[in-house]
Design a protein around this ligand. Structure first.
Ligand code: FUC
Length: 353
């Protein structure tokens, strides 16, 4: 496999890099030390570069100015914490309120904009980039020494393995905020994607996207994706939860986490590309890029509503205030581990479209 380290631009006096890994099929994936992020996953097109199946940025400055968290590692806590407030061991904490009155995606100093140290390991069939960060004790109750390993193989599997060790008892619930668009660009939206999510329940939200605290059966709703539905066919749904968010921005409670069964699939029949998702996490937030703001374009093309689908594996949002939804407390000295894999299957010879 080929590994290249190229500049990803500078911001705030820091220089960032992108690590590009090309496997024996010519498929190229890119990770950056800015937020331990995936920034590209490209399928070669004869004579004209790559079709990128994830949303990303040209450089660090664009990434810093973006509101979408494309491909970033999210931490310490993925998902919203209502009013940024919670109580742990009898003490109440107030975190930054960076999403209206709520705390979102690790707050103002989350992992997404931190510079991670990295090293690269190569074996015969895979390259692994190991990103490390010792989170300064900013706003959460305790620091976490975190390691995010991105592994990419010759058979097109990208695996993220997380490890976190708490110095003081704290909260920890990381994810990766990758958005897929298997069309290979952001000019076509994901309306043509078939989504399969092996989840019998989802979490309805209030108007500010905080879980209402009930696990709702998906039966008879647009959230029933167990057999696969074309996203575009769901758009005229009158389901109040679906229209509330103009699409999905909801946690799904997964039926098959930690097994050899995929928890989800994305299928793009037009391009004969299929993506399978495997995870140890009990829930997955699915966000269908329901709004477009800043930036207004990426990869040289204007963004449109539903430009991608984010599949964020994690414990459910606001679990710290709604214990029935999961546990995100990491005790002092305890080690968190978690793993998610995205497997790309190409059903036609690529490189000629
Ligand atoms: C998701 C959502 C949010 C937000 C963000 C960019 O995880 O839950 O609503 O807009 O990503």
């Amino acid at each position: 496999m080929k590994v290249e380290i190229v500049p990803f631009g500078s911001y705030g006096g820091k220089d960032f890099v992108e690590i590009l890994i090309t496997n024996k099929q010519g498929i190229r994936i890119g990770f950056s030390d800015l937020g331990a992020r995936i920034n590209r996953w490209g399928i070669p097109v004869q004579g004209s570069g790559y079709e990128e199946i994830v949303l990303g940025h040209e450089n660090a400055q664009e990434a810093f100015e973006s509101n979408y968290y494309y491909g970033v590692t999210v931490g310490l806590v993925a998902g919203r914490i209502a009013e940024g407030r919670f109580t742990l061991n009898g003490k109440t904490y107030q975190l930054s309120q960076n999403d209206g009155r709520h705390h979102l995606h690790g707050g103002l100093e989350g992992y997404d904009l931190q510079q991670f140290a990295y090293k690269i390991e190569e074996t015969a069939e895979a390259v692994t980039v190991i990103f490390c960060l010792h989170t300064p004790k900013i706003e959460y109750p305790g620091s976490v020494a975190v390691e995010v390993k991105h592994r990419f193989t010759d058979d097109n599997v990208w695996t993220i393995a997380y490890k976190g060790e708490a110095e003081e008892t704290t909260l920890f619930n990381p994810t990766n905020h990758v958005y897929f668009n298997l069309n290979g660009n952001n000019q076509d939206s994901v309306l043509n994607h078939e989504m399969t999510i092996k989840a019998s329940h989802y979490l309805p939200l209030d108007q500010e996207a905080i879980p209402l605290g009930i696990k709702e059966k998906v039966d008879g709703t647009p959230f029933d994706l167990r057999e696969g539905r074309r996203f575009g066919d769901l758009l005229d749904s009158q389901d109040p939860q679906f229209s509330l968010m103009n699409g999905f921005d909801h946690p799904f409670i997964l039926d098959t986490p930690g097994t050899a069964e995929p928890v989800a699939q994305l299928n793009c029949p037009d391009k004969k590309r299929l993506l399978e998702v495997y995870t140890t996490s009990p829930a997955m937030v699915v966000y269908t890029h329901n709004k477009v703001g800043d930036p207004l374009s990426i990869w040289g093309h204007p963004l449109k509503t539903h430009a991608g689908i984010a599949l964020e594996t994690q414990e459910a949002p606001d679990a710290i205030n709604q214990p029935d939804l999961g546990t995100i407390v990491l005790e002092k000295g305890q080690i968190y581990t978690g793993e998610t894999s995205y497997k790309l299957l190409l059903h036609e010879k690529q490189g000629s479209s």
